[in-house]
Write a protein that binds this ligand. Structure first.
Ligand code: PXP
Length: 237
């Protein structure tokens, strides 16, 4: 199973002081050396963490794949066509949210998403849609021609009631099976941490996990290399 490391919160820490460090570019290279299969960064409309320069420099220096998370706006699509990430993960984006709070409504926004998928794909960029673990959303993603879906694991990760958690786990597993059957690459992410990753990693249809906050949080105490190695160990086991 592949591991994409999201380094947005290295930039959050840097920006908290308006300083130059810690540098997300250095984080990307360190993450690769520690075993990350791809580097994930979210260029948000308000540029609250990753800045344009970070994304451009990361594109230039990394040796693995760049996964750019973005909203499906005209400005972001133009940016992606310029930066040329290997893959764009399209997410819904609200200015007031602290982090991405839900999956895309692929059904309601199908026309807009289809256009985005066609534009990005025709310039060689793979497109992944970040969706809640709902079969209708998965089916519509395949219909629109998405290369991949990333299944939103946030509700599963946040559930404290064991019964609810089990049900939400089943939803993730069923969504992964469906997406796999429809021929899409299957990723999952959001809210995954050292306590819950093993269960999700055991779903064999999931091919990649994209993880940010928990890895960056642990890195403050043990270093980024060790934090990534610890996560890799739990996923591989
Ligand atoms: N995948 C997507 C699509 C996301 O938007 C995020 C958060 O930026 C992540 C994965 C990583 O989530 P977390 O920081 O909770 O690990």
């Amino acid at each position: 199973m592949k591991l994409g490391v999201n380094i947005d919160h290295i930039a959050t820490l840097r920006n908290a002081r308006g300083a130059k460090v810690p540098d997300p570019v250095a984080a990307a290279l360190t993450a690769e050396l520690a075993g990350a299969d791809s580097i994930v960064c979210h260029l948000r409309e308000d540029r609250r963490h990753i800045k344009d320069r970070d994304l451009e420099l990361i594109r230039e220096v990394i040796h693995t794949r760049l996964n750019m998370e973005m909203a499906a706006t005209q400005a972001m699509i133009e940016k992606a066509l310029m930066v040329k990430p290997d893959i764009c993960t399209i997410v819904p984006e609200k200015r007031e949210e602290r982090t991405t709070e839900s999956g895309l409504d692929v059904i309601t926004y199908s026309t807009k998403l289809k256009e985005a998928i066609e534009t990005l794909s025709s310039s060689g960029i793979q497109v992944s849609l970040f969706v809640d673990p709902e079969l209708a959303q998965i089916r519509e993603s395949a219909k629109l021609g998405a290369y991949a879906v990333e299944i939103h694991t946030g509700s599963y990760a946040d559930a404290s009631d064991p019964q609810e958690r089990d049900m939400l786990f089943e939803d993730v597993a069923n969504a992964a099976v469906a997406a796999n059957k429809l021929g899409m690459f299957v990723a999952a992410g959001h809210g995954l941490n050292y306590q819950n990753v093993a269960d999700i990693a055991a779903i064999s249809e999931i091919q990649e996990l994209n993880i940010g906050h928990s890895i960056i949080a642990r890195s403050a105490f043990v270093g980024l290399t060790k934090a990534i190695e610890d996560m890799r160990y739990l996923i591989d086991r």
